[in-house]
Design a binder for this molecule. Structure first.
Ligand code: MG
Length: 252
């Protein structure tokens, strides 16, 4: 069995401090790009660009690349500048031991950039828990950047692992990514522990920079009360809780 683990809001609570900081960084960067192009750069224009590109292309980054000739590396670097990343990170107790105890090979699969992913993994001392890191820089298919939920990307990753899709499990907070995985025959785990009831984007909170946003959900939707969609095999509130579902998840 091969496990693909998302990073943000799956292995740690990114909504707590990290995502707000990334959003602020992205706004500053987008504003600068618009200003340099002689376009309006007020907060309304910045919001329109950030949200508009997220909806249209599935990632703000892709819109900035396409319409403003931004280099992905520059955008990702600017979005992930933190004064004190370790101080912003928190996760569930015993995460390292839990990952170690899960049977099978684990791969980190994140729409975040490599350096940030590495820093987070190191902070939680999970370096040895992951066989491989796949970050957004290595999500090119046919020469184009195609982050999650790209089915072409997942298909390529499955082929590279050399195992059939049904022997692979994706653990994720973002529903669009799980939907793609299930369409290819993978098993799916929806991690909702960091999608609080007050967070209106439950299940649709992609990594802000490279993420895979779908249409905005109704404000009343919350992960804790949302029914498990048909393409989700198992819904858990923590990695610890995943162990309760292992027999059914692995037995399928
Ligand atoms: Mg996530």
């Amino acid at each position: 069995m091969i496990w693909f683990f998302d990073l943000d809001n799956t292995l740690h609570d990114a909504s707590h401090r990290v995502f707000p900081a990334i959003n602020a960084n992205m706004n500053a960067f987008i504003s600068g790009v618009l200003r340099d192009a002689g376009l309006p750069d007020d907060s309304a224009a910045v919001d329109a660009a950030r949200v508009g590109y997220l909806r249209r292309y599935g990632a703000t980054l892709l819109g900035m690349v396409r319409h403003h000739q931004v280099r992905p590396a520059d955008f990702l670097h600017a979005a992930h500048l933190f004064d004190d990343l370790p101080g912003m990170l928190r996760t569930e107790p015993g995460l390292r031991a839990l990952l170690t105890a899960l049977p099978g090979r684990k791969v980190l699969l994140t729409n975040a950039p490599q350096r940030y992913a590495r820093d987070v993994v190191r902070h939680f001392r999970l370096q040895r828990q992951f066989f491989q890191h796949i970050a957004i820089e290595s999500m090119h298919v046919h020469g184009r950047l195609q982050p999650k939920p790209s089915r072409a990307l997942l298909r390529k990753l499955l082929a590279r692992q050399g195992v059939p899709a049904h022997r692979c499990i994706l653990v994720e907070d973002t529903l669009a990514n799980l939907k793609s995985a299930k369409a290819l025959g993978m098993r799916t785990v929806w991690m909702t522990g960091y999608l609080g009831a007050s967070r209106a984007t439950a299940g649709r909170t992609p990594h802000p920079a490279g993420g895979a946003g779908t249409a905005p959900p109704p404000a009343s939707v919350a992960a804790k009360t949302t029914k498990r969609p048909a393409y989700v095999d198992v819904k858990v509130k923590s990695i610890r809780q995943l162990f309760d579902s292992l027999p059914s998840l692995l037995g399928k």
